[in-house]
Design a protein around this ligand. Structure first.
Ligand SMILES: Cc1cc2nc3c(=O)[nH]c(=O)nc-3n(C[C@H](O)[C@H](O)[C@H](O)COP(=O)(O)OP(=O)(O)OC[C@H]3O[C@@H](n4cnc5c(N)ncnc54)[C@H](O)[C@@H]3O)c2cc1C
Length: 458
């Protein structure tokens, strides 16, 4: 990257907001994806306003330099890695909650706001922002909108795209556009807000978002059910969903995950079970009592051992244990590859059986957890990036997991996105027609391919 470009960036932004020292740049060379190669950017910019973002993008466009938008860098698909060097545009300085409109059940935020912070502010008004990725305490609104993040409440409440009603976006030519707004119903023209949700920084930089909030549930019941066979756990998931009861949370941890989580979090989880379901129902107290009793009956009917969280402290312990799953697995090997192939809910038993068979055949440790109620499992392969033979087996197994999910009527990614990690497989899920349309949209909005190049449509 030329010195002229860095000088232009430095003169466009206030002092201290253009980083060029290697020690600083190294922090932006990676995200949470262990399988993708790191790449040190040439420069990092820290804009604090939409105008500053637009200035950066215009300078980049003039020079044909890549721009990599970045929130907290917790992407699990290589989305935030500056694959071709160039400029990392970090949104961490744009972290204001601009408005919390309790009357209209919505909030307007800058992209660098951490999701949990919005939730804490909403809670003071008896409201909540439902998208709840495991990374909620650090991930940003911009990153989660760009990934269309899901999370632990997806079964009942849906995912990020169901909550974004308005966006401000800086396009690849530096133009600032405002799309949608506070109205929850809006069919005025194409769904342009929807186009940018889940676009992984490849179509524009999100500089502001209007999101829906919902009333926080009055009551909750949280329980675990442990099973001697994983197939009994997955059949239980299918039976609960088929019973027309929709828990807020229906998470599965297999035996390997359980063992590692317990070693790490000491939450009192049984380490001799083949699988554990973490289930939470919420809503008005009467409905919660009825639904919890139903869920308990289904679990017992499938041979589960059920334990209810007696109080908030016990509930928090269980949730903390679930959220500790990635760090617990990450300690077990030099690297982990976390996948999120997703199938229709009723096919979860077949999907888990397929993952177990693929792991055996390739002689790999694959710990599986995830949002089973959504059909969204996270098979996590323990790897060593320096062991070429192991990595080859891991990648062969992952390709087979993708194929199995697609054959079961599912897809490559339920929530972690495509990034660079799944880009080679995108055509499997979209088909030639879908891939071609995707490429034409990208070419129309970013003809120079400066926004997050090397990702998604590669
Ligand atoms: C421990 C752990 C648990 C996780 N659990 C879940 C989970 O349960 N559900 C789930 O869905 N995900 C989960 N994730 C993945 C990840 O946390 C989410 O995708 C998260 O929403 C990313 O937010 P971020 O701020 O870290 O974004 P980053 O990783 O910084 O960026 C993600 C993508 O968004 C783009 N981007 C960032 N900001 C902008 C912007 N302002 N405009 C345009 N593009 C932008 C980036 O270029 C990149 O492509 C988990 C990750 C970890 C490490």
């Amino acid at each position: 990257m030329s010195d002229d470009l860095i000088r232009a960036l430095a003169s466009a932004l206030p002092k201290g907001r253009v980083l060029t020292r290697t020690s600083e740049l190294l922090c932006y060379a990676y995200d949470a994806t262990a399988s993708e190669a790191r790449r040190v950017p040439d420069v990092v910019v820290l804009p604090a306003s939409t105008d500053e973002v637009a200035r950066v993008v215009r300078i980049a466009r003039g020079a044909g330099a890549p721009v990599y938008p970045r929130g907290a860098g917790t992407s699990l698909s290589g989305g935030a890695i500056p694959a071709q060097g160039g400029i990392v545009l970090s949104t961490t300085r744009m972290d204001a909650v601009l408005e919390l409109d309790a009357e209209n059940h919505c909030a307007i935020v800058q992209p660098g706001v951490v999701i949990q912070r919005l939730n804490d502010l909403a809670a003071a008004h008896g409201l909540m922002y439902p998208p709840d990725p495991g990374s909620v305490a650090v991930a940003t609104m911009g990153g989660s909108i760009a990934e269309c993040a899901g999370g632990l409440r997806g079964l009942k409440y849906g995912v990020t795209k169901h909550y974004v009603t308005g966006l401000e976006v800086v396009l690849a030519d530096g133009q600032i556009v405002r799309l949608g707004g506070k109205a929850t119903k809006n069919v005025t023209g194409y769904d342009l807000v929807g186009l940018f949700v889940g676009s992984e920084g490849t179509l524009g930089v999100i500089t502001e978002a209007t999101v829906r909030l919902v009333p926080a549930p009055e009551a909750r019941a949280t329980m675990t059910a442990t099973f001697a066979q994983s197939s009994a756990a997955t059949r239980t998931v299918a039976a609960i969903v088929a019973g027309n009861v929709v828990p807020a949370t229906l998470e599965l941890l297999d035996a390997t995950t359980l063992r590692f989580v317990e070693e790490y979090a000491h939450a009192g989880l049984p380490t001799d079970a083949a699988a554990l379901l973490l289930i939470e129902v919420d809503g008005p107290p009467e409905a919660v009592a009825r639904e919890a009793a139903f869920v308990e009956r289904v679990c017992l009917g499938h041979g589960g051992v059920v334990e209810r969280a007696a109080d908030d402290e016990a509930r928090e312990r269980l949730w903390a244990a679930r959220r500790a799953a990635y760090p617990a697995l990450a300690r077990q090997s030099r690297g982990t590859i976390v996948e999120d192939a997703t199938v229709p809910r009723s096919r979860i038993p077949e999907m888990l059986a397929a993952i177990e068979e693929i792991a055996r055949r390739h002689d790999l440790t694959i710990a599986t957890m995830g949002h089973a109620g959504d059909g969204n499992l996270h098979p996590t392969v323990l790897v060593d990036p320096d062991d070429a033979e192991l990595m080859e087996r891991a990648h062969a197994a992952i390709a087979e997991i993708f194929r199995a999910a697609i054959d079961l009527g599912g897809t490559l990614s339920g929530e972690h996105g495509i990034g660079s990690a799944k880009a080679p497989y995108l055509g499997w899920a979209l088909g030639e027609g879908g891939l071609d349309l995707t490429r034409r949209i990208k070419a129309a909005l970013d003809p120079q391919n400066i926004l997050n190049p090397g990702k998604f449509t590669a």
